[in-house]
Design a protein around this ligand. Structure first.
Ligand SMILES: NC(=O)c1ccc[n+]([C@@H]2O[C@H](COP(=O)([O-])OP(=O)(O)OC[C@H]3O[C@@H](n4cnc5c(N)ncnc54)[C@H](OP(=O)(O)O)[C@@H]3O)[C@@H](O)[C@H]2O)c1
Length: 314
């Protein structure tokens, strides 16, 4: 058993399941340096920096700016076509590789065992990195066999040490249950722990799409939850529910939404190519929303601003 796993088993005994310890304590101790321990045993920074729709020719510069602002976590994907310049920024930053967390994702059109292996190979040739911290299945498309094949390819890359942690994005509850069954099947064939673990799940999450069912599923199992579109692409900044909070805390709507996300226990992944906004979105550790404000912000609506593959029955 690795030392981190032993420690984790001990804290689980002392404090209850990792998920409850994680969610109960973090709102008080949050800082730009906060990290969570994933089921893989590796750590993930609590704030990420998203690069969807960040053009390749500006990606290196803005990722470097995010490092200057204190982020240590870049959320990219094959389909964003900017893995190369993100990795260039990592190399040029002067920050030890071990202190930066880099994510990529299997494109929806590369589902299945062979296509996923090619996708992983392309990520390494584009980035020149020795390892990738996290590789997610971007969306649950392609059918059951393709999803299983993709998981197996990711698992093999993890076992080979090229990818440190693996997980999913945009999975509905039915996709999560299907994957969990497959993991149990692999464990029955190859032994405990040999089916892999869903270290991270990434979904669109914000006060108008809080996904309590999926979030509950992850919390019961200690899956770290990442929030994409955490500031709803700026579309909800004028909502009345944000006005009083903006005035009370002297913070922008984006900062209130990011703070809500952090206090929910999510890992928000705000995107911006604007230097002042990159800094603004990281300046969220000097105030704390009350429990009442957290509740008021959760609207109960189901209003995605992006795609929603969770509902796919593919
Ligand atoms: N797994 C998936 O399927 C999936 C889907 C979508 C997104 N993601 C990930 O999540 C990240 C974030 O999602 P997102 O980019 O769609 O949405 P988002 O972060 O909610 O919003 C980004 C938009 O808000 C603007 N913005 C950023 N900070 C601002 C601020 N402080 N004040 C005002 N406007 C601000 C940005 O403009 P400027 O850039 O012009 O400053 C951009 O137009 C992505 O980059 C990606 O890494 C994943």
């Amino acid at each position: 058993m690795r030392a981190t796993s032993r420690l984790s088993a001990l804290t689980t005994q002392l404090l209850g399941p990792r998920s409850s310890r994680h969610y109960a304590t973090m709102a008080n101790d949050l800082s730009l340096k906060t990290e969570y321990t994933m089921l893989s045993g590796h750590k993930i920074p609590a704030l990420g920096y998203g690069v969807y729709q960040t053009p390749a020719d500006v990606a290196e510069e803005v990722v470097l700016h995010s490092f200057k602002a204190g982020y240590r976590h870049v959320d990219s994907a094959r389909v964003y076509r900017n893995e190369g310049p993100c990795a260039e920024a990592i190399k040029k930053s002067g920050i030890p590789r071990s202190e930066i967390f880099f994510t990529s994702k299997v494109p929806p059109r590369a589902m299945g065992y062979e296509a996923t292996k090619s996708s992983i190979t392309s990520s390494f040739s584009q980035t020149g990195l020795d390892y990738i911290d996290l590789y997610l299945i971007h969306a649950p498309y392609g059918g059951k066999e393709a999803r299983r094949g993709t998981w197996l390819a990711l698992l093999e890359a993890q076992q080979a040490g090229r990818i440190r942690s693996i997980g999913v994005s945009n999975y509905g509850l039915h996709h999560l249950d299907e994957l969990e069954s497959y993991i149990h099947e692999l464990e029955a064939q190859h032994g405990k722990g040999k089916g892999g673990e869903i270290s991270v799940g990434q979904w669109e999450l914000h006060p108008w799409l809080a996904r309590p069912d999926i979030v509950g599923w992850c919390r019961e199992r200690g899956v770290v939850i990442e929030a994409y579109c955490p500031i709803v692409r700026g579309q909800r900044f004028e909502e009345p529910v944000l006005k009083g909070l903006r005035e009370k805390y002297g913070k922008t709507a984006a900062q209130i939404l990011l703070r809500w996300s952090l206090q929910k226990g999510f890992v928000p992944l705000p995107k911006s190519v604007t230097p002042s906004r990159i800094e603004e979105n990281a300046d969220i550790f000097d105030f704390r929303l009350t429990d009442e404000e957290m509740k008021v912000l959760e609207t109960g609506e189901y209003a995605p601003c992006s795609w929603d593959p969770t509902t796919s029955n593919d």
